[in-house]
Write a protein that binds this ligand. Structure first.
Ligand code: AHR
Length: 503
């Protein structure tokens, strides 16, 4: 089989916002406790944060981390997580049926972000609470001093404001599972008034309003239209979430699901345009795809805790999906979709970062290790910054149940005009055939290959583990060259590739 790609520096989709490669840490399972925070661990720093995890997060160059939830935030009292640790209350977390010790809160997380070279994206609780707690939280976090809440922050040891610019107005408020679930009108009004109050404090904040929890929600896409009708002038982004599963154990359909993601983005983009026109607005609202990942491997084992049959444990293993090679392809396809839609999707958060549906896993008092999906996320985050190229891709297709005709070859390109690098990310969805692909680069002039990483495996279900952390990983491609303005390469069956060129 053969495929063809044409790339030209003048054909650009958009400048990619680096926050397209964000992630997420929720007070859920072992994401925080024994994930990022484990006093007594051999690598723990003076704040009790695991340095081995910080090193892996730095390797991923994560630009933003959403915090503290997720479903958790909808019954969270942010005040519980500040002040002397010994005075912080233990609370029952109603979202995940566990106990929360509050030993990590805003201050500890902010220090961790500084150590991990990342920025906070904070969420306010619009489930069990509302406008007043949100504005107090904002004043505590961002006001320099001289007011009740900012002085409390100073008294708690932090003189300088945290200066958090990006705020989520609640989480998945369309979901009946959410504590304080609301109708679109109820939430739209509350989000509008909360955004108005937050903007009264600081007009330069970036605010994210909740869209649909997934495209199967009965309220989608009416939810987006109603919520944006209430909030269009006050918010900057509408949040979308989507999780992928292969319960059916059907790889061709599983790997076609990124086309559904694409359709979801296009539909919501249309709703944004509709409300923009309705309001006669010149302002553009963008999409914050602030939860996405594969999530299904752990569903069965989590039932006992989530149904409350284990009482209220502290930081039990929850949502600990162990990812396989097939998921590498899926994550590569999802990231490619975001790159292609980077004109409207400005922020995206891999959910989550450590232990909970995560690329990084930890063993309490033991090592941290990289899951299979660590690698496509790593390459996109490190090299997927610059201009998303508007490629012409010609590929044979197959017919899927979930999304109709789907190209075997999924290809994106990013041109970093500052460094003069072009990076291609490619997935071959074909189960058994290599696809010979020629990339026409004549528009770029001369180019040389400086890196080529390939991920492929004989077993789609192969995983990494603490004992065998390198079972699934990249290997270096060596025989890729540019000749006569064309890059020729063979994409092995079921493979992910990253190819970097220096112009
Ligand atoms: O990321 C896990 C959970 O998925 C989040 O808490 C919630 O927002 C979503 O349903």
């Amino acid at each position: 089989m053969k495929a063809g790609v044409t790339a030209h520096p003048r054909y650009v989709i958009s400048d990619i916002d680096p926050r397209l490669y964000g992630s997420f840490i929720e007070h859920l399972g072992r994401a925080v406790y024994t994930g990022i925070y484990e006093p007594g661990h051999p690598t723990a720093d003076t704040n009790g944060m695991r340095q081995d995890v910080i090193d892996l997060v730095k390797e991923l160059n994560v630009p933003i981390v959403r915090y503290p939830g997720g479903n958790f935030v909808s019954a969270y009292n942010w005040e519980d997580g500040v002040g002397p640790k010994q005075e912080r209350p233990v609370r029952l977390d109603l979202a995940w049926h566990t106990s929360e010790s509050n030993q990590v809160g805003l201050h500890e997380f902010a220090d961790w972000c500084a150590s991990a070279n990342t920025e906070m994206m904070l969420a306010v609780n619009l489930g069990s609470r509302g406008l007043d707690e949100a504005r107090n939280f904002l004043e505590y976090a961002n006001h320099p001093g001289g007011s009740e809440w900012s002085d409390k922050r100073i008294a708690n040891g932090r003189a300088e404001p945290f200066d958090v610019k990006l705020w989520c107005l609640g989480n998945e408020m369309d979901g009946p599972w959410q504590i304080g679930h609301k109708t679109a009108d109820e939430y739209g009004r509350l989000a509008h008034e909360t955004a108005k109050a937050m903007r009264a404090f600081d007009t330069s904040l970036e605010l994210v309003v909740c869209g649909s929890s997934n495209a199967k929600m009965p309220t989608y896409p009416e939810w987006e239209a109603t919520v944006l009708d209430h909030t269009y002038n006050e918010v900057d982004y509408i949040s979308l979430h989507m999780y992928f599963d292969n319960h059916a154990n059907d790889a061709p359909n599983y790997l076609a699901m990124s086309e559904k993601l694409d359709a979801y983005i296009v539909s919501v983009s249309g709703v944004i345009d509709y409300i923009k026109a309705k309001k006669r607005s010149t302002k553009q609202v963008y999409i914050s795809f602030d939860e996405w990942n594969v999530w299904y491997h752990s569903k069965e084992q989590d039932k006992k805790i989530l149904e409350g049959n284990d009482g209220w444990p502290f930081a039990p293993p929850l949502l600990e999906d162990i990812y396989n090679f097939e998921d590498v392809l899926q994550v590569g396809l999802i990231l490619n979709t975001f790159i292609r839609r980077s004109n409207i999707v400005k922020i995206a958060c891999l959910a989550q970062l450590v232990n909970v549906i995560a690329p990084i896993m930890t063993v309490p008092n033991g090592p941290a290790w990289r899951q299979t999906i660590f690698y496509p996320y790593l390459y996109a985050s490190i090299y997927g910054r610059g201009n998303a190229l508007d490629l012409k891709v010609e590929s044979p297709t197959y017919t899927s149940d979930v999304a109709g005709d789907v190209a075997y070859v999924d290809f994106t390109g990013v041109h970093d005009t500052e460094t003069g690098h072009v990076t291609f990310f490619a997935v071959n969805r074909h189960a058994s055939e290599a696809i010979d692909t020629v990339i026409d680069l004549t528009g770029f002039g001369s180019a040389t290959v400086i890196d080529h990483q390939i991920m492929t495996h004989a077993d789609l279900k192969a995983v990494n583990s603490a004992e065998n952390p390198a079972n699934v990983g990249p290997s270096k491609g060596t025989d890729t060259v540019v000749a006569g303005g064309k890059l020729s390469l063979s994409l092995p069956a079921y493979s992910y590739q990253m190819i970097r060129l220096k112009l």
